[in-house]
Design a protein around this ligand. Structure first.
Ligand SMILES: Cc1ncc(COP(=O)(O)O)c(C=O)c1O
Length: 427
């Protein structure tokens, strides 16, 4: 049996962001277990983790109450041939938290939820075009979204022609899009925010333009949900999407995604109306019982404990600590931590101030060398000020190496190839 995953799994992983091309060459190859904010690799090496299962582990690895709820439900039945009561209770829990929703449909992956939202929008409006925010990295692995990336191989021209793009904080651009395609745009999909604050009423402006032009306003809350705000980034920013989509941290690592939307639109997927039928999400595992039980337990904790406030506090400490470490190492012009505290981002630049994959790789490599996995930062309830201190201490040392590489040139410092963008036309 081969030990090279690339021999038997295309890409060597089941999510591109887990891939070897996204990590420095000294990163652990296989992760075997996690506990709290830590993971162990197949050589039993322990790492302080900020990636947290692709941002799913909001409560930390092995959250007791969530796992107990899932295990109890497994004993009662993972799936049935008729809906479980749990499906309704879980839908009710979610609707209690998300203000802009009347109905819920569950799925296993976020991509299924966003794709279903786009399909519903098309059915509701009778239009074909969908506009997505090109500053937001990912909405779905389905063709309608990947069509406008640099990795569009295998997607028919006819499908590509149906996806339009606009920029974040460019309200005039959104307006121009609607004017260029009168009565043609079914939906506009975006995240409420990623790294930048919405400026000059951008989100409200987009919502108003969607209303004025009869398009469905879809907010993808896969990352922002239960992180930016308990009741969604829609609540934080005070906007009302027609449909919003959730996943990631909704069930602390268990596979649950959801589409939450207004009845008039969601009902099209139902079996009680007399309009033309819309074949909405229908999958064998869509309402897997133990995953929904895990979700209910996770939501209970988000509701009853100051989880979201904790994420913001820890991320804020981290941003400040990293920027201070950069200043101390004299690399403040080439390394910056920022973004929303609940979802910090670092920008690695070369000595000309240009965003640099080799310098990003060096940063990641040096952090891994010091036992910290920091490909991106997803603060969790399990990260405390101690984990921030450990990270900042590792950053202090890593950024001293970074400073030397800025001065001497990076070539002698990298142990392997630089990381690459996921969306590229060739490997
Ligand atoms: C904003 C956003 N939307 C949708 C998705 C797709 O979710 P999934 O990977 O569960 O299909 C992701 C995944 O990274 C995401 O970050």
């Amino acid at each position: 049996m081969t030990s090279d995953p690339h021999r038997i799994i295309p890409g060597g992983a089941h999510t591109y962001s887990k891939g070897d091309d996204q990590f420095p060459s000294n990163a652990p190859r296989f992760l075997e277990r996690g506990e709290g904010a830590h993971v162990w690799d197949d050589h039993d090496r322990r790492f302080l983790d900020w990636t947290m299962g692709l941002r799913t582990m909001t409560l930390g690895y092995g959250a007791q109450a969530v796992n107990a709820a899932a295990i109890a439900q497994i004993a009662r039945g993972a799936n049935f041939g008729r809906p479980s009561r749990l499906e309704m209770d879980a839908a009710g829990d979610l609707l209690d938290l998300i203000p802009a929703g009347d109905m819920v449909k569950f799925a296993k992956n976020g991509s299924s939820a966003t794709t279903a939202a786009v399909k519903l929008a098309r059915a509701h409006t009778g239009r074909d075009l969908v506009a997505l925010c090109s500053d937001h990295p990912f909405f779905s692995y389905d063709d309608w979204a990947i069509a406008v990336t640099r990795c569009d191989n295998g997607i028919p021209r006819a499908v590509k022609d149906l996806t339009l793009t606009f920029r974040y904080n460019d309200l005039a651009g959104v307006e121009r899009l609607f004017e260029a395609h009168p009565g043609g745009i079914a939906a506009l999909i975006m995240e409420a925010a990623t790294t930048d604050e919405p400026r000059d009423g951008f989100l409200h402006g987009v919502e108003a333009l969607c209303r004025a032009h009869g398009a469905v306003f879809i907010l993808d809350e896969m990352i922002t949900g239960f992180r930016w705000h308990l009741n969604g980034a829609q609540t934080l920013f005070g906007v009302t999407p027609d449909i919003s989509t959730f996943g990631k941290g909704i069930a602390n690592g268990f596979s649950v995604a959801a589409m939450v939307g207004k009845r008039a639109i969601m009902e099209l997927g139902g079996i009680e109306h007399d309009q033309k039928r819309t074949f909405l999400l229908s999958t064998t595992h869509g309402a897997e019982n133990h995953a929904l039980a895990a979700m209910r337990a996770a939501l209970r904790i988000y509701r009853d404990e100051p989880v979201v406030a904790h994420l913001w506090r820890i991320g804020g400490l981290l941003i400040d600590g990293l920027n201070q470490a950069a200043g101390e190492a004299g690399v403040g012009m080439a390394f910056r931590a920022g973004g929303f505290p609940c979802s910090p981002v670092v920008t690695c630049m070369d000595r000309d101030g240009l965003v640099s994959a080799p310098f990003r790789t060096l940063w990641l490599q040096e952090m891994v060398r010091r036992g910290v996995l920091a490909n991106y930062f997803a603060p969790s309830y399990a990260h405390t000020a101690t984990e921030v201190e450990i990270t900042v201490a590792a950053a202090r040392e890593s950024l001293r190496v970074y400073a030397r590489a800025l001065q001497d040139g990076i070539d002698g410092f990298l142990e392997g190839p630089p990381v690459k963008p996921v969306f590229r036309p060739y490997n």
